[in-house]
Design a protein around this ligand. Structure first.
Ligand code: 3PY
Ligand code: MG
Length: 256
């Protein structure tokens, strides 16, 4: 089943809410994708998902008619093209702090003239239903590349990063950003300094015509982030959702 692409969903203007997979398994990905989400983000930076598992998850998500977005491990630039080749429609690159690092991401994610992506998108081509030539023509506009701002250094370079051709959006890592801004004292993005930074990033993305994305740790945080202009928002991850669901179930059963 082929649903709307990530680009089509983003063009709609409404905030997209994404599930977040930290755990491997086709069955698991199918459950996430068939929930009421707009996309499923597959996390290879943290959690337990390796490359061949990510390929399985991307296939399961696509089969359920949802776009798959993938986050690569820190510094693993070769993984960007491999995940796009496997059919990820969005790519998130963590811990970006300079325009040069952002340009290096574009080099891997976009075909010329924007970058130097290498050819081999066999799974992505068959999933798209396009001919190889047509896939090449459309690929740069079908793939959304987000770089993560999650340090003070990255925040200071925000405008230069936004100006790199081929970057489609910023994805905020609120926990790492809070840790960086507080010099290791806090993981709370709703403290005044990190929250002001999150507002600033959303406003600068809007001014640049790019998408502001963020990992929100809860449905309540997701609503707040939508309220300050975020348009690609992941809810808490699968592990935290399972944990909360299990805790609630047993608490209710025991009447405590
Ligand atoms: C962060 O909050 O730092 C993230 O990277 C979310 O996974
Ligand atoms: Mg982070």
């Amino acid at each position: 089943m082929r649903g709307s692409t990530l680009c089509e969903r983003l063009a709609d203007g409404k905030p997209l809410f994404s599930s977040w997979a930290s755990l491997p398994g086709r069955f698991h990905a199918d459950i996430l994708a068939r929930g009421d989400c707009d996309a499923v983000t597959i996390d290879m930076q943290h959690g337990a998902i390796g490359f061949s598992e990510a390929v399985t998850l991307i296939g399961a998500v696509a089969q359920a008619g949802k776009p798959a977005v993938a986050r690569v491990p820190v510094g693993d630039m070769g993984m960007i093209g491999r995940l796009l080749d496997a059919g990820a429609e969005g790519l998130i690159v963590p811990m970006i702090e300079t325009a040069a690092q952002a340009a290096a991401c574009v080099e891997q994610a976009k075909y010329p003239p924007l970058g130097g992506r290498s050819w081999g998108a066999y799974l992505a081509i068959s999933a798209s239903g396009l001919s190889p030539a047509e896939y090449l023509r459309q690929a740069n506009s079908r793939v959304r590349l987000f770089v993560m701002i999650e340090t003070r250094r990255g925040l200071e370079a925000l405008d230069e990063i936004l100006a790199v051709p081929g970057i489609d959006g910023i994805f905020v890592g609120p926990t790492d950003l809070s840790i960086s801004l507080s010099k290791g004292a806090s993981i709370d993005v709703f403290e005044p300094e990190p929250f002001a930074a999150a507002q600033h990033i959303a406003a600068r993305c809007a001014a640049a015509g790019l998408v502001a994305g963020i990992y929100a740790g809860s449905p309540e945080a997701a609503r707040k982030m939508a309220g300050i202009g975020y348009r690609f928002i992941t809810l808490g991850n699968d592990v935290t959702m399972f944990t909360a669901g299990i805790a609630d179930a047993f608490r209710l059963a025991r009447g405590v």
